[in-house]
Design a protein around this ligand. Sequence first.
Ligand SMILES: NC(=O)c1ccc[n+]([C@@H]2O[C@H](COP(=O)([O-])OP(=O)(O)OC[C@H]3O[C@@H](n4cnc5c(N)ncnc54)[C@H](O)[C@@H]3O)[C@@H](O)[C@H]2O)c1
Length: 441
Amino acid sequence: MTTPSPVVRPAEGKLGVLTVGLGAVATTLIAGVELVKRGMGDPIGSLTQMGTIRLGKRTDDRTPLIKDFVPLAGLDDLVFGAWDPFPDDAYVAAQRAGVLDGPRHIEGIAEAMRAVRPMPAAFDQTYCKNIDAPNTMGTVNKRAMLNGIIESIHRFREEHMVERCVMIWCGSTEIFLEPTPAHMDLDSFEAAIDANDPTIAPSMLYAYAALKEGIPFANGAPNLTVDTPVLRQYATDHGVPISGKDFKTGQTLVKTVIAPMLKARMLGLSGWYSTNILGNRDGEVLDDPESFKTKEESKLGVLEQILQPDKYPTLYGNVFHKVRINYYPPRGDNKEGWDNIDIFGWMGYPMQMKIDFLCRDSILAAPLALDLVLFSDLAHRAGMGGIQEWLSFYYKSPQTAPGLYAEHDLFIQLTKLKNTLRWMMGEEQITHLGIEYYREE
Ligand SMILES: NC(=O)c1ccc[n+]([C@@H]2O[C@H](COP(=O)([O-])OP(=O)(O)OC[C@H]3O[C@@H](n4cnc5c(N)ncnc54)[C@H](O)[C@@H]3O)[C@@H](O)[C@H]2O)c1
């Protein structure tokens, strides 16, 4: 039996969007929303803004826009706030990031962009070696940073009179951390904060502050952050949605489409070599081996989980998978990702696929950030706390309940997302069985 549908509270009043980090992704998100609000651009890539959803049978002809079907916050109701160790406002940061064309896409909304000035960041260089900037809280004491974040949330709420907030990590990738006893329960976590335990990264403090304030938290980077037993439990107990990790934008997006195709056709795989060049600040941070390790883990996981080598040892029992990211400044945000895929077919004959994706990192990430904000807020109003697995669609390393493997196949993720929306609104699930179309009258 399906769990009864929730009651979804309407999206009344302003929604504060708090981005941790005011870099390429965050400024591209903010500028894009401001442009769409003024009819100066289209929200391409955003499922919440452009996607439709089929309801009922194929013959029913009911396919509303998702934003007309579920009560999402309107773009006019979004108010942005951010933290960043760089003091640049969103106007300057967007120019620096070099993603959007200034005269075409920044100048016309300059006033709105200048209004987003970064609050001092809870920043500790230990966790992000290649960033060195002055707009910080001036302390690396973890309790002080946590309190500082909470105070800045209060100030933001009062100043902008927002009804609700969502926090999204658009900050740099932190160094690789694994859960320790400090992350197991609230007492240990609180004690670790007081003891300045090195396994408590700034991103965990932002996430904890958000949850304490009843603010949904989404994590666009591969950092551990909110994916620990203590914060998962806290989010569930307090009915606050969480999701992560790592926006699925370029190469991994492609990987989670091609790999299910190979598996669907029972074609074998012997090797997958992925390499990237990118020259933005993200690329610079990922040039540090400790930050790269966090990203590498996130990128490597998907193949193994999609291909299930334990179930298909002949096809996937011996796959060589390599992922490289090279910092190459001339390309800026315009990443190039190459994939060389060695596959084999009938009687083991080898074949190859080559994919060269000349993408724009933040152009792909900004609509995902927007959707995550709007869907996290929707989930909150629907009383859905804890891990939002239906948002896996947006992530390279989706968070799941302990013991549950993540679903990486993009189209299974999309089906799950849409079925969750149908469930929320009391509509029937679509199973694609379709036998009724062929039954005699
Ligand atoms: N663009 C994509 O396609 C994509 C895809 C997946 C994941 N991501 C991740 O999203 C994140 C943002 O990407 P980006 O291209 O905007 O990077 P960016 O370097 O342009 O921006 C990140 C910003 O975060 C700030 N920052 C670092 N630590 C902080 C802290 N403790 N508090 C507040 N701010 C902090 C940095 O100063 C920087 O301005 C990165 O972690 C990246 O790996 C991006």
